[in-house]
Ligand binder design. Structure first.
Ligand code: P5A
Length: 441
């Protein structure tokens, strides 16, 4: 993409209401624009990041055996009356009436809707287990939307729903999601710690939140540092291996880790002092096992082996996809701006022409632009006629993992300057060598 053909409305100063780094940086780098309290448009740069996060989430859900679909944002109130949550959900639910006077709502979550779909089609244990998910906008009329996309009112969530014949099967489904989440967050370039959590309005008795350690996090957390050293399952993990699934959970649950709602000061005191972490965290995922909480009132039953009708055991598994864009920036930035993990960066590399009006420079840059694309990279090519200082500052701000800088001197020698955004290291080399280094990283 040529910068002059792109829409990158970078602004100098973030508005004063943006309190935390990620919110400021998302506004300054032209990733998002607020359209109402807790409601945002995703501008081209932000949208690319959102789609990259969504893609990784999709790949890891697929690896764990979940099947993608899409449910609408608007739902019928009657379904929520069946589960009893229409009245329970309170003011966070955005209630809408259509022209025929029918009560509707903008979905804050989809347990009811997926249960209705399930019960319409699935009648036998032979069709189980089943895990269906989608990535879709949600609306929660939060009292205090803040920190930009971190606590929005409209936000993008991956929500998966598992259906099993009995509790043992449902716990296995839970463990699969647990392992998949570890791989997902790892691929997104962050460490998210699973912690015992309060199920809240979703319900159930088994629940873990996944939190990224961050000063700006809204949750107080307590954990044993040793949990950070447990390696993730890895992309070759066998999701059909039941022992391995149980082990992945045990490896972590053997260490103390809880949010303040579930904090047990006595148990935490038994963690060796030097390993105690009392900090703050951002919740980027939350998983629940809730048994028959929805299947019983909504009559989602299947026939078991003996021909009896039984209520299915369910779980639901959320990832805050739009929140992650902000949370990852909280974990990955410096004074100059964002430092994207390569896996979700909006472009792979920024190509900076130092003197577009100089013929040798322009020719070298055009050739480099084509070669980068041919090598499989998605470059952002800054061929604008601005001051070098502002070009560098903008490229640092938007945080692409690499920069390739070409000026008249380098162009003459057939060389480029390769800069790594993460550590700022710069080397002069040939374009071929720059490509080799970027591929090896
Ligand atoms: C699990 C999937 C649920 O809603 N039902 C379907 C369950 N869980 S949850 O914890 O309430 O939400 C899942 C994740 O969504 C993100 N999230 C938000 N992101 C931005 N703004 C919000 N207001 C918001 N509320 C929740 C979180 O990452 C949460 O873990």
């Amino acid at each position: 993409m040529r910068l002059s053909n792109f829409f990158l409305p970078v602004v100098k100063d973030a508005p004063s209401h943006a309190e935390i780094a990620s919110h400021q940086l998302m506004l300054r780098s032209g990733m998002i624009r607020q359209s109402g309290a807790g409601i945002y448009s995703w501008l081209p740069l932000g949208f690319k990041v959102l789609k990259n996060i969504e893609r990784i989430v999709r790949e890891e859900m697929g690896r764990a055996g979940a099947i993608e679909m899409l449910m609408p944002t608007l739902q019928q109130a009657d379904l929520w009356r069946e589960s009893g949550r229409y009245d329970d959900y309170g003011e966070e639910m955005l209630r809408i009436t259509d022209r025929s006077g029918r009560d509707m709502l903008y979905g804050p979550t989809n347990e009811e809707l997926i249960t209705e779909i399930f019960r319409a089609y699935v009648k036998s244990y032979k069709q189980l287990p089943l895990n269906l998910y989608h990535q879709q906008w949600k609306f929660r009329d939060e009292i205090r939307p803040r920190f930009g996309v971190m606590r929005g009112r409209e936000f993008y969530m991956k929500d998966a729903y598992s259906f099993d014949l009995d509790e043992a099967g449902a716990r296995l489904s839970y463990q699969k999601m647990f392992a998949a989440y570890l791989n997902t967050f790892h691929r997104l370039g962050v460490t998210a710690i699973p912690m015992k959590a309060d199920p809240g309005p979703i319900g159930g008795d088994l629940s873990h939140e996944f939190l990224i350690l961050s000063e700006s996090g809204e949750s107080a957390i307590f954990c044993d540092k040793a949990i950070l050293d447990v390696p993730v399952p890895g992309l070759d993990f066998d999701f059909e291996d039941q022992d391995a699934l149980a082990r992945e959970m045990e490896k972590r649950t053997q260490y103390y880790a809880a949010t303040d709602e579930k904090h047990d000061a006595e148990a935490f005191a038994r963690v060796p002092k030097e390993r105690q972490i009392a900090a703050r965290g951002i919740e980027v995922g939350h998983i629940f096992y809730f048994g028959t909480k929805y299947s019983e009132p909504m009559k989602a039953t299947v026939q078991n082996k003996d021909g009896q009708l039984v209520d299915i055991h369910g779980g639901s598994y959320g990832i805050g996809v739009s929140r992650l864009a902000g949370a990852i920036i909280e974990a990955c930035h410096d004074e100059a701006g964002i430092v994207w993990p390569a896996s979700i960066a909006p472009f792979d590399v920024g190509l900076i022409s130092m003197r577009p009006k100089d013929e040798a420079t322009a020719t070298a840059c055009e050739a480099a632009y084509k070669e980068l694309q041919a090598a499989g990279f998605d470059p952002l090519y800054d061929e604008t006629d601005e001051r070098a200082g502002s070009k560098f500052a903008r490229m640092d701000l938007i945080g692409l993992p690499w920069q390739i800088i070409i000026g008249p001197k380098a162009a003459e020698k057939g060389r480029v300057e390769l800069k790594s955004r993460r550590d700022g290291a710069r080397i002069e080399c040939s374009l071929v060598e720059a490509i080799t280094r970027m591929k090896a990283a």
